[in-house]
Design a protein around this ligand. Sequence first.
Ligand code: AMP
Length: 719
Amino acid sequence: MTEGRNPEQGSLLDAQALAATAADPRTRIEELRREIEHHSYLYYAKDAPAISDGAFDSLVHELRALEAAHPEFYDPNSPTQRVGGYVGEQFAPIRHERRMYSLDDAMDEGELDAWLDRVEEAFGGMVDVVCELKIDGSSIALTYEDGNLVRGATRGDGTTGEDVTANVRTVKDLPLRLRPDARAGLADPTRAIELRGEVYMPKSSFNALNAAAEANGKQPFANPRNAAAGSLRQKDPAVTAGRDLSTFLYAVADERALSFGTQWELLQWLSEAGFHVNPDVELCRTRADVHDFCRRAVERRDSLPYEIDGVVVKVNSFSRQEEMGYTARAPRWAIAFKFPPEEKTTLLRDITVQVGRTGKLTPVAELEPVRVAGSTVARATLHNEDEVQRKDVRVGDTVIVRKAGDVIPEVLGPVEALRPADAEPWAMPATCPSCGSPVIREEGEADYRCISIDCPAQALERLLHWASRGAMDIDGMGEEIVSRLVEAGRVTDVADYYTLDAVELSLLDMGRVNKDGEPIRLGETVAKKLVAAIDASRTRPLARTLFGLGMRHVGKTTAEALAARYPSMDALVAATEEDLAAVEGVGPKIAHSVHLFLRTPDNVAVIERLRKHGVSLADAAPDEADELPQALAGLTFVLTGTLVQSGMTRDEAGAALKARGAKVSGSVSKKTSFVVAGEAAGSKYDKAVALGVPVLDEAALLRIIETGEAPVAEGDAEA
Ligand code: AMP
């Protein structure tokens, strides 16, 4: 197989990455090579990366995919053909006994399966593999002669590393002599043996080191991996000795030096010889076991005291390893399953502008879809014009996208070196993309707005907001149906919802046709449900109605505060701006907005039509006659265990007690009046006994609820 034309890399052929590239693959390949070289240098030579590992890997991945698709641009000096590393002049060069390879990456479970397929193909079925954690440190090669440590070297460019023997000797957990037990595993104990593994810095030591660096005004390390590499490559071994470095060993340069034949035995032997071997290793016989190990590793990642960036899966038998062989840069018999990166690069295809229900214009990044942290990201908000300009992202840019901890995706910024020559800085358009009216930006505000009353985009957003769950909760009234109603001219404001009937709705043209070319209509069943949902929304509490109207600055909490003080629309309309500003949690800005809204003729008309169509615009005053005697006022109850006789939940029982004036608390203290213990009551029961709080059974609870009378505590419970 020719170097660099490795068909295995076909599996890396990532359609997304390819599509994300500029029209001319050659230019893109060259740009990517330059950019990767630059970042490799910062990473390996300077121990000071400028972009995250995830973003770096993403660029390498794209380059590999392009090179696989365009073998005509093969170049032996491409960074994809080399093991990441650097040989400096500070240390004497050391030629490795055998090359120190990199590992091919599997970026997801699909690529892991592709590698397992190749293993199965090679041996006519699944063979034993060893799963190990991929320690995110710095590779190290250690030579022992006659059982004594004589040399330590970095990986360097894979062929030649740097002699860091003096520094390696200071790493506390490395044995300077092999234990005598190790002899049995050596094919020829008189010969030198080169062993390999990883030097790493535990997370806690890394944090302490960086805190100290910052306190002394020094540059902190970007991550524990760079801290380990940097610590190992110190001129003064005393500095290395002062850094908390540890090691895990997992390999031998030449397995012919050993008297056994598998990776699994090697790990046991390394441990017997006195090395630290990572305990999280597994000999797997099936694909399912391999996937399982990888998934567990992802879950455990954060709880480990050191950084890992994946799982390495290795064919167990050395002879099988030899059979599968190597590519120019990596063994074919192993694969690094990389954890879903939280940062990726992709193409920014466009910046569109979304119009919200209050007319706010939000720039949105339209991205070439890319998998980040386990899900596909195609859009991300860019918040406002200032933000776009601050990040200086431009249409056509390759951008870094992050999705940390499964939250909202974010565009971090461009990879400037990959910017097309004609990319222009972005500015907010002068007119609304929905209605074409001029947009304005008020002084001191970050947002542009479309202030046109007739803006259809705003109307749609307002209608959807009214029907949304937190507002009037009209089940089933989603974007598709509302859009069709708006297009049909049937609904323009929220009051129009209450004029719809089931027959009319059932005939609503959904804008699609069936296989016979007839228009698809909403249909009777859905229409009936919708009408019932509209009907149910007529009696929502006032707070939801106020929230649903979408007044500027009025979120759910503010709406609740307003409704609590003014339980009817009439009372609210009658309030002055000062009255409103005096409501707790409201203030002058919101008061102004509410006051203005309720006096704008169009809005008044909508509110009057809502009233006419039977939408409740007031909260029912609590009916005094319905109120139960507050016989339990002043008593605090704690409920524990399961209530079995009544079948009530604890919440229901608690509500019944509260309706009679009691307080219900979640924890037992001296102030607790009674603990009600259902079945299997636990620690709260024990605590009640310990504190001398009277305990009632469920029968007593039911009596209290039925009779409404306070229980009589035996003894002196309140004392
Ligand atoms: P990379 O540098 O991303 O190509 O990954 C290859 C490197 O992973 C090796 O050079 C090792 O330094 C490192 N590595 C960490 N843990 C292991 C492991 N358990 N087995 C093999 N390599 C590992």
